[in-house]
Structures are given as C-alpha cells and as structure tokens.
Design a protein around this ligand. Structure first.
Ligand code: HAM
Length: 438
C-alpha cells in the first residue's frame, strides 16, 4: 500500500471544512481593508527565495524542497552537480508566500510607483523540509497578507490589528494570545547592530554551541533563537535591537506602539524577536497561543522595505503576515472551538416505485438548480431503505414522489424529525423547501 509523504496530510471531511471556513473568515476579515486574493505558483526559481528570504537562513539552506525533472536529475548526476544549470532550471517548492507574491508584483508590474498601495491575501500550501512533529509539517497551509507601498507606521499597526482580528473571528480568545513585537532596524542601523552581535558571540564563543559560532559569521542575529540553554543564557546579555535603532527607526517603532495602544491591542515588546527570514526591516511580530506555547508560533510577520528591490523592482516598502492553519487548529481544539462546524444536511428525494425514477431525477435536478443540497437513491432501493439512506445523508426533509403526486402535479414533503407530511404543488416545491430549511 502506498503511503503519503512524511509530514503531509490529506484534507477531507471536517478538516477540509475547517480549512474552507478559515479561508472564508480570512476573506471576510481582509475585505474591509481592501485586500484582493492572489495565487502564485507552488514552485518558483530558487533565486526568488535566495534573494528574498536570504541565502544564510535555515529555510533556504536546509529546508527548501528542490524540484528537478527526472531528465534534469540524470544530467545533474552525470555532471556530478548542478553547475551549468540555468536559473530557470533551479526550482524549489515555496517555503513561504511573501517572496513569490513580491516576485509576482514585480514581474507583472503591479508594484505601486507612487500610486495606491497593493494589498493581496493568499491561502496556500507551503513546503519546508523540517522534522515532522505536532504542529510542524512538511506541507502546511498558510493564510497571509502582503501590503506593498505603505511606509507609514499606521500600516504596521493595522497589519497587526487585522491579524488579531482574524484570530478573534476564528474563535480564539484575545486574552489567550501572546503578541510579541520588536524592531529590527533598517539598512541604516542594522549592519552596525549585526556587527555588535557578531562580536558579542565571538567574545563568548567558548560558552556557545558550534552552530552559534557558525551563525556569528553567517547570520549572527539567529543566535537569539538558539534552542541550547547555555546559548540562551549567554544571549541574555547580548546587545538588543531596540537599543541600537537609528533615529528614524526608533521613531517609526514608537509610532507603531502608539497606534497599537490607541487600538487597545495588548502586546509585549520582545527585543530578542528576530524571525527566521532575512527580508525583515523595522517592525516584526509573532503570536503564540499562550495557553500552550508548545504549539509554536501561530502566526508572524513584519515589514520588508528592501524586499521589492531584492526581487528586482523599484524601492517599495512592504509589510505582511502569515498564519499557520494546522497550528491554529491545535489552538482552537484546546479552546474547544469547532471551526469545521456540522456536516451540512441536505434534502432527500425518494420515489415510492422504481418506474418513478425519471420523476425523482427531474425533481432532484430542479432542487439542485435552485441551490438546495439534494440527494437521491442511485441503487434501486426500496422506499424504506431510501428513508434510511436519507437519515445517513443527514437529510432534514424528504421529498416523496409517488403515482398520486405525479398524477396531481404535487410532491409530499416529509419532515424527517417529526415524520409530519405536507403536500405542495410541484411548481412551488423549491420555494417551499427553501422556506422550511430557513
Ligand atoms: P513564518 O513565521 O515562517 O513567516 O511562518 C508563518 C506561520 O506559518 C508560522 O507562525 C506558523 O504558524 C506556520 N508555519 C511555519 N512553518 C510551519 C510548519 N513547518 N508546519 C506548520 N506550520 C508552520 C512567513 O512565512 C512569512 N512569509 C510571513 C510574512 C508575510 N511576513 C511578511 N509577510
């Protein structure tokens, strides 16, 4: 028997309904803010992620699933490596959505040049070669927004407000969420800060793990995220981002906080929050389900004022976030919230005799065309068996067609709970059924 790929999941039944519901809530939440949907390809050229996410990030170095056709793989084996491949032959499954959306905006020329900002949202599977565990998959689903062309700190605050609103609408109690924010500085102040952290790690190299020593050279800020207890202890004394911001970044950060305060959003400043993707500038944020932080972050994002340029566009600010469907589901389960809701019921059309099958066919068709979820028998069952079948389909109403009904141009509607039966004219059936269902 074939098995699914490790760290992936089949979505069907209640789980699929929950994913659909999350997308519907996303649409409702983001629409008032003017976001339109976008879908970008599940695979992109590797360079899109290298430029955007950063060559030294774990996501790009270790977790990206590379894609080669069989023929190309043979060539790579023969040549003993990937040298000689054209950029368009080096593909990867997207590990996140931001880089691809920005690439699409640049390539399709919808990056705002002094015009109205572009606001896009997506709900898509993402792929990361991580060790699968609870809340950590290799194919997982993100809902995210990207907002290009808005440098104002109000946009940072609004982005966070949209995110917190989204969780609330999904059924997560705001008081059970922990929102952490930080500012990472920008091209003016981050290099000097990065150098300070690098020097700090080198000064404490003998107290830190091999990986952190390596990080000092390639991505020193990631040492704040090291899981090693020793490293965490050492990094408590490391220089902090918010003490090293230039004046413009400090002012931007102060305004973001002012707007959040004004909107009544509860947050905690976490000067060690650095995020795992290199494109961030200034504001970054992450949300945990406070009642069970072991689930991991249920969402995160931030500003990326340099990313459009990195993807080949004109300098354009950007900001956004993404949340993880699977992790939010764990949090919702812990909250006792059933996002999937009840399996939808239906109306069942039963024929009292086999030769009335064409009448059942046309009645079923008419109800379906009126938008009513309708089922019927496709196995030549007896009337009693059809009623049983109607219960299995969770039908609240059964429309019964017999010779008398056909002769009189009517149909009998049977309430499946009370077994009460009423007769209606066939021409008014759909309208009556709709009334009863409402
Ligand atoms: P991220 O923090 O890497 O950010 O991912 C966002 C969310 O995706 C996480 O908070 C988590 O809920 C979920 N997630 C990440 N990896 C996994 C996994 N292996 N299994 C299950 N869930 C996972 C981004 O991806 C950025 N693109 C967000 C962003 C948008 N920043 C600006 N715009």
């Amino acid at each position: 028997m074939a098995n699914k790929a490790e760290g992936t999941e089949d979505l069907y039944g209640a789980r699929m309904r929950a994913w659909e519901r999350m997308q519907a809530v996303a649409r409702e939440t983001f629409a008032p803010y003017g976001f339109d949907a976008i879908e970008t390809p599940a695979m992109e050229q590797v360079s899109t992620f290298v430029h955007g996410i950063g060559e030294s990030t774990d996501v790009v170095r270790k977790e990206m699933f590379r894609v080669f056709s069989g023929a190309l793989l043979e060539r790579i084996f023969e040549a003993g490596g990937e040298q000689g491949l054209k950029p368009k032959q080096r593909l990867a499954m997207r590990p996140e959505g931001t880089a691809g959306v920005v690439r699409a905006a640049v390539e399709n020329n919808f990056v705002p040049q002094g015009g109205a900002p572009v606001k896009l949202w997506y709900a898509e599977p993402m792929f990361r070669g991580e060790r699968p565990q609870k809340g950590r998959l290799r194919q997982f689903h993100q809902v995210g927004i990207e907002w290009l062309g808005a440098p104002d700190p109000a946009a940072d605050a609004e982005c966070i407000i949209i995110l917190m609103d989204f969780y609330k609408r999904l059924g997560l109690a705001p008081e059970h969420l922990h929102l952490a924010i930080n500012s990472m500085g920008d091209a003016a102040c981050r290099p000097a800060y990065r150098e300070k952290v690098r020097q700090f790690i080198l000064d404490h190299a003998d107290e830190m793990c091999d990986e952190c020593r390596e990080r000092a050279e390639i991505n020193p800020l990631r040492a704040f995220d090291c899981k090693n207890d020793h490293c965490r202890e050492v990094m408590k004394a490391a220089p902090l981002a918010h003490d090293n911001l230039c004046e413009a970044c400090a002012e931007h950060y102060a305004q973001v906080k002012r707007y959040l305060d004004e909107a009544g959003v509860t947050y905690e400043e976490d000067p060690t929050l650095v995020r795992g993707l290199d494109y961030y500038t200034r504001t970054v944020f992450e949300v945990e389900y406070a009642a069970d932080p072991a689930i991991g972050a249920i969402g995160g994002g931030g500003r990326y004022d340099g990313l459009v340029e990195l993807e080949g566009g004109k300098p354009t600010p950007g900001i956004g976030f993404a949340v993880g469907f699977e992790r939010i589901m764990l949090a919702l389960e812990a909250e006792g919230v059933d996002l999937a809701g009840e399996e939808p019921g239906c109306v069942y059309v039963a024929g009292t005799e086999a030769d009335l099958r064409p009448n059942v066919f046309s009645t079923t068709l008419a109800l379906r065309r009126a938008g009513i979820r309708t089922e019927a028998d496709y196995q030549g069952r007896s009337l009693k068996a059809q009623f049983k079948q109607a219960d299995k389909h969770r039908a609240s109403l059964c429309v019964v067609i017999g010779p008398d009904e056909v002769a009189a141009g009517t149909a009998t509607i049977r309430d499946m709970r009370t077994h009460e039966q009423t007769s209606v004219a066939a021409s008014g059936l759909a309208a009556r059924v709709q009334e009863l269902l409402a």
